[in-house]
Design a protein around this ligand. Structure first.
Ligand SMILES: Cc1ncc(COP(=O)(O)O)c(C=O)c1O
Length: 451
């Protein structure tokens, strides 16, 4: 009997092909990334690391012949070592890092590993608050990290920028072990140099950036790289704008050496401390099929075409934001400087983000309801929706399609305003179906890679 799981996977292929993905943290990977993920590498255990010999001078053409020592706990590593070594080397080149740990299973694991590498229980970490746009892993009380470390938060100003004065005042008063710049819903470009200047006044303060959302923009050269501005560590997911498999990545500046010997706890030694923190500190065996897929994605991001892709993501986001404003939408921060848009539908139209998310789903436009800073609606009735352009740009949609998209979003907003409740959306089934057919027709003109 055929396993029904495969029917469900086929249904998901159809859903992805016939709709448009506006969730800013999603993307469509290439056929090569998919192939690496589905490979026999999933059969292999490879706890530990390949050697770090020759970082920065790696010649990919010598990959098959170079003899590689390793720090592994199992035999049979000849291919895995080479694959992971290539992933590390490509990541370092892409992000100007001295070292990369490519093993974190996710962005959350990557952040956890950095905290564990540098902090003791009870140490202070200064990060953006969740309502302001930060991520759960930056100190939300529901997480494990918040029970171990002492998170202090900064917010954003009325115009949507980081409140740098608040950040500085709290940093000087609290003397945190880590200052963290990172976010899931923030539309400006951070002033990394200003934050580095603040951190320099605090002894032993690790500067960490969680660039999970914008890593692809950094790789494509359309967003500053915190490692170029004195940051010691950058974490990221590999599946958002970076367009790789789901996973995490930790990049760092400093000494690169064998992780077998415990180094002195200094900022210079952070790459070694991070390796020891990922394995054996917080994870077991790496997912080498995912590591291989990360290597493929980093290789793609090193190509000139990726620069064009990154530029187009931002161009599309800016046009979409402008069009939405023309249609009467209220945008947090007044627009966007990256791939993210946060729309305050409560202020613009009077309904909450949940009904809008549901109605847009019915027409094949997928995004997520999201709180806006100072939101009173709580997690179940947030005032906004968050959307972004990485996935639709991968499919090849351009600025004229952004105008069409904004017009559909306005029509759906008008329906929500009339319906008022999710249940009453059923009364507008015919109008929603008309838009659904238009969305499907456009989506099918832009095939999903790998399907
Ligand atoms: C800024 C930021 N950090 C970390 C994460 C966590 O990544 P993952 O879902 O892979 O654990 C996310 C995910 O959305 C994120 O936006």
């Amino acid at each position: 009997m055929k396993d029904p799981i495969f029917d469900l996977i086929n249904n998901e292929k159809k859903r992805q092909s016939e709709g448009l993905e506006l969730i800013p943290s999603e993307n469509y990977v290439s056929a090569n990334v998919l192939e690496a993920m589905g490979s026999v590498l999933t059969n292999k255990y490879s706890e530990g690391y390949p050697s770090f010999e020759g970082i920065g001078e790696w010649d990919e053409t010598k990959i098959a012949t170079k003899i590689l020592p390793n720090y592994r706990y199992y035999g049979g590593q000849a291919n895995v070592d080479r694959i992971e070594r290539l992933a590390i080397d490509r990541a370092c080149r892409l992000f100007h890092a001295d070292h990369a740990n490519v093993q974190p299973h996710s962005g959350a694991n990557a952040n956890e590993a950095v905290y564990f590498a540098w902090c003791e229980p009870g140490d202070k970490i200064l990060a953006m608050s969740l309502p302001a746009g930060g991520h759960l892993t930056h100190g939300s009380p529901v997480t494990r990290s918040a029970k171990i470390y002492n998170f202090i938060s900064y917010g954003v100003t009325a115009d949507g920028d980081i409140n740098y004065d608040e950040l500085e005042q709290k940093a000087l008063a609290e003397q945190p072990k880590i200052i963290l710049i990172g976010y899931s819903a923030f539309m400006k470009i951070p002033d990394f140099a200003r934050v580095a200047k603040i951190a320099a006044k605090i002894p032993n303060c690790l500067l960490m950036a969680d660039m999970a959302h914008v890593a692809g923009l950094i790789a494509g050269g359309v967003h500053p790289n915190p490692l170029d501005y004195g940051f010691h560590v950058m974490t990221t997911t590999t599946h958002k704008t970076l367009r790789g498999p789901r996973g995490g990545l930790i990049l760092s500046k400093g000494n690169v050496a064998s992780p077998l010997k415990k180094p002195e706890k200094t900022i210079e030694n952070i790459p070694i401390l991070i390796d020891r923190s990922v394995f054996p500190g917080t994870q077991g065996g790496p997912l080498e099929h995912i590591v291989a897929a990360k290597a493929v994605a980093f290789g793609e991001a090193l190509q000139p075409e990726f620069k064009t892709y990154a530029k187009d993501i931002v161009k599309n986001a800016k046009v979409l934001a402008e069009e939405l404003i023309k249609h009467g939408f209220v945008l947090q921060g007044g627009g966007t400087e990256n791939h993210l848009i946060l729309v305050n539908v409560k202020d613009g139209f009077g309904f909450d983000g949940k009904i809008y998310e549901k109605a847009l789903d019915m027409v094949g436009l997928t995004l997520n309801a999201n709180a806006i800073p100072t939101d009173k609606g709580g997690a179940f009735h947030p005032s906004g929706v968050r959307l972004g352009t990485p996935a639709i740009t991968t499919r090849g949609l351009g600025t004229s399609e952004m105008k069409t998209l904004a017009a559909w979003m306005k029509k759906v907003a008008d329906i929500c305003a009339e319906a008022e409740t999710e249940e009453k959306l059923a009364d507008f089934a015919a109008e929603l179906e008309t838009i659904r057919n238009e969305v499907r027709a456009l989506a099918l003109k832009f095939p999903v890679p790998g399907i």
